[in-house]
Ligand binder design. Structure first.
Ligand code: ADP
Ligand code: ADP
Length: 225
């Protein structure tokens, strides 16, 4: 089978996690979120989690070496053999180059970079109303735009919904600055490489999903030809 090695790019709150969960089911490839992995380490109280937490709480990037090792190991695991959906990585040029190297050493390459575009004002509204499942952080809701059936309770496994520590107004503003200065330049980088596909993230989750799914299905078809 052809590989689907995909990156979901976009500002915080663009809907990367929301779409990754749907695409994971459509295409049977793992959703690899650096934010979820880091929050897992924080919850477990590991040394890595302890170090990462202060950067995350401040809305700053966790140092590259930690993140790059984490992802290099993760994409080499068995369940990512046929592809993966990277969410939250790469976030700067160094990480993008390290990913190319890691893929090259596995004799693989990127299939496509899916950019979900959303203006800053929407980001602030989305992050302020985001709620995630305490048991499985990939279950994502919004108090107004994508509410659970029962307030404060995850539809999928009945667990409590919580607000992330970094979804506070000040931290949101800082995360947006970091996105514009460090991550946004990757749009040009991947466009120059002929890998970028753009999606209008202001549309509803279902519409964004339909667009991305159709594009990825076409990409897969092209890979097999
Ligand atoms: P969001 O998509 O809402 O911005 P994430 O869950 O992707 O949030 O990331 C939360 C935090 O985890 C980031 O603000 C940053 O501190 C850290 N983080 C996640 N991915 C990376 C990465 N690739 N490089 C450095 N830090 C990261
Ligand atoms: P990211 O992973 O890019 O940080 P999320 O998938 O966590 O973004 O989505 C951020 C918030 O916005 C969540 O509360 C989610 O329910 C909501 N959301 C996601 N996609 C949309 C959309 N297309 N329209 C409105 N709200 C959305």
């Amino acid at each position: 089978m052809s590989e689907l090695n995909l990156i979901l790019l976009g500002p915080p709150g663009a809907g990367k996690g929301t779409q990754a969960e749907r695409l994971r089911d459509d295409f049977g490839i793992p959703h690899i979120s650096t934010g979820d992995i880091l929050r897992g380490q924080v919850a477990e109280g590991t040394e890595l989690g302890r170090q990462a937490k202060r950067y995350m709480d401040a809305g700053e990037l966790v140092p590259d070496d930690v993140i790059i090792d984490m992802i290099t190991e993760r994409i080499a695991e068995g369940d990512a053999r046929d592809g993966f959906l990277l969410d939250g990585f790469p976030r700067n040029r160094q990480q993008a180059e390290a990913l190319n190297e890691a893929l090259g050493s596995l004799d693989r390459r990127l299939t496509s970079v899916l950019l979900i575009d959303v203006p800053d004002d929407d980001v602030v509204r989305r992050l302020a109303g985001r709620r995630v499942c305490v048991k499985n952080p990939s279950h994502i809701y919004h108090v107004d735009f994508d509410p659970p059936k029962h307030e404060g309770v995850c539809d999928q496994d009945g667990a409590r919904l919580i607000q992330r520590d970094d979804d506070k107004e000040d931290t949101i503003r800082r995360r947006l600055e970091v996105y514009h200065s460090q991550t946004e330049p990757l749009i040009g980088y991947y466009d120059d490489a002929g890998l970028l596909r753009r999606f209008d993230g202001r549309r509803s989750p279902d519409e964004v999903h339909a667009h991305i799914r159709a594009t990825v299905a076409t990409l897969r078809l092209e890979e097999t030809l």
